[in-house]
Each structure stands twice: as structure tokens, then as C-alpha cells.
Design a protein around this ligand. Structure first.
Ligand SMILES: Nc1ncnc2c1ncn2[C@@H]1O[C@H](COP(=O)(O)OP(=O)(O)OP(=O)(O)O)[C@@H](O)[C@H]1O
Length: 250
């Protein structure tokens, strides 16, 4: 996907200004930035839900709305269907767009559901009602839902929120594995950089209306982030490789 001179506004206020970047197919990008910096706004623009006020976005060479059938999306505000539905109902209704559920699905649809559930290790609770699952378990089902249909571009808005640290790492690695196997591009917003290190190829940082895309070692440095934020940002690495980004307001 590519952005050329893209400006995005919400309610007449500029959120991102004159952003130009290219994400090659198959790249796993971690999307970071403070609250309100424009991560969700950017993802919605890639879905074709928010047209740029300036510039051009292309997804697989097409305008976003035309490419939407190749895009899987897990929104940040998650309101899964009724609490009495099971995970299988959730994923099945997504494929069929109706209320009939798994028994009416084709064998290929069932295989797609099985693969998506296995990808996030959610098979074991997929037959239980959504209302009886923990927040993290429901979250894994929603990631599975976004994987259905074999998207070429997967947009995940804070999929790791409310997962415990071990599960966070596990889910991130599972998404990375399936993305590599399918050659799928992933843009995954998160607040903890360390949850995605080793999985992501690049980081995309957004701040003050600007965006910076590149390898972790180039973008996540004190100099680069201080320039992006327009204020001192300190980046430290622990002996084990964990990255700490510290600044007022981050
Ligand atoms: N529906 C909306 N109408 C008007 N303004 C909005 C709307 N949604 C978001 N905004 C504004 O757009 C800006 C960017 O919000 P956005 O949700 O993209 O940030 P974010 O980086 O995803 O934040 P967070 O980390 O808190 O989820 C914020 O100033 C926010 O108040």
C-alpha cells in the first residue's frame, strides 16, 4: 500500500498531514503513537472509510474502497455479536453474512474457520458462548475473524490490548507466522513496542500530524523520535534487548 501526500482530517481538524510512505506487500508493520495521534484514523483511511482531504492512498494499486475485499480488519472498539453466540457462530456468520451458523457452511469455509482459529490458538473455546469468555479469549476470536477470507492486508487496531504479557507475545508471533506463510501485509497498532519486536519488519510512528516509517533500529532512536515528537524522547535498550521509550506525554 502507498500514501502520497496524504492529509487526513477528523471534524475539520488535521490529524495527519502530507504523509508519504510505501509499505511493500508481505511487510509486518507495527504502528505506534500516543493516544489521539492518529493510528485508528490512518487504519480507517486504508479501509476507505475516511477519504483523504489531500493526496492519494492506494491499496494493492487500487483506491482503498475497491481493495476492501482483500483487507481484514479488527477494530479497536470491539462490539462482538450477542453474548449468546459462540465463536463458531461469530466466524461462520462473517463468512455467510447470515444467521445460519456453521452447519450450513461449505467445507472450504469450515477449513478457513479452523485455520483462523488455530492461528490464534482459539479452537479450544470456539464452541463456548462469547458472554462466557474472558476479554482476552474474545479478542483472539476477533483476530481470527479478521483472518477469515485470506486477506492480503490485515489491519489490527490494538489486538494485543487486554492480553497478558505471555499471550501478547504468543498472539503476535502467531500473526507473524501466518502473515509470512501467506505473504500478507500486516499493520498492527500497539502501545508496547516490545510485544512486536522480532515479529515486525518495520515501525510506523505517528506524532504531531507526522509519520515516520522504517526499521526499528533507525526509527526508534532518541534522535529520530525526538525530531518526530518535537521534544526530547529517550530510547533505552536493556541488556535483554527490551526497548524503553520515555518522554513526557508518551
Ligand atoms: N469520530 C471522530 N470524530 C471526530 N474526531 C475524532 C473521531 N475519532 C477520532 N477523532 C480525533 O482524531 C484524533 C486521532 O484519533 P485516533 O482515534 O486516530 O487516535 P489513536 O492514535 O488511534 O488513539 P488511541 O491510542 O487513543 O486509540 C484525535 O484527536 C481524536 O480526538
Amino acid at each position: 500500500m502507498a500514501c502520497e501526500g496524504v492529509t487526513l482530517e477528523r471534524d475539520g481538524r488535521t490529524v495527519l498531514a502530507d504523509v508519504s510512505l510505501t509499505i511493500p506487500q508481505g511487510c509486518f508493520v507495527g504502528l505506534f503513537g500516543a493516544n489521539g495521534s492518529g493510528k485508528t484514523t490512518f487504519l480507517r483511511a486504508l479501509l476507505g472509510l475516511l477519504p483523504p482531504t489531500q493526496g492519494r492512498i492506494t491499496v494493492m494499486g487500487q483506491p482503498p474502497a475497491q481493495a476492501a475485499c482483500h483487507v481484514g480488519y479488527m477494530p479497536q472498539v470491539r462490539t462482538p455479536a450477542g453474548a449468546s453466540l459462540t465463536g463458531y457462530d461469530l466466524l461462520g456468520s462473517d463468512i455467510r453474512g447470515d444467521r445460519w451458523g456453521l452447519p450450513w457452511l461449505r467445507a472450504s469455509d469450515r477449513a478457513a474457520i479452523k485455520e483462523a482459529l488455530e492461528a490464534v490458538d482459539a479452537t479450544v473455546f470456539a464452541a463456548r458462548r462469547l458472554g462466557e469468555l474472558s476479554g482476552g479469549e474474545r479478542q483472539r476470536l476477533l483476530i481470527a475473524q479478521a483472518l477469515i477470507g485470506n486477506p492480503r492486508l490485515l489491519l489490527l487496531d490494538e489486538p494485543l490490548a487486554s492480553l497478558d504479557p505471555v499471550r501478547m507475545r504468543d498472539v503476535a508471533e502467531r500473526i507473524g507466522t501466518i502473515a509470512r506463510a501467506r505473504g500478507m501485509t500486516v499493520i498492527c497498532s500497539a502501545h508496547d513496542l516490545n510485544a512486536l519486536t522480532g515479529v515486525m519488519d518495520s515501525v510506523l510512528y505517528v506524532a504531531r500530524g507526522h509519520a515516520r516509517l522504517g526499521p526499528v533500529d533507525e526509527v526508534v532512536t532518541s534522535a529520530s523520535l525526538s525530531a518526530l515528537y518535537g521534544a526530547p524522547v529517550e530510547v533505552c535498550r536493556s541488556p535483554s534487548g527490551r526497548i524503553l521509550v520515555a518522554a513526557d506525554g508518551l
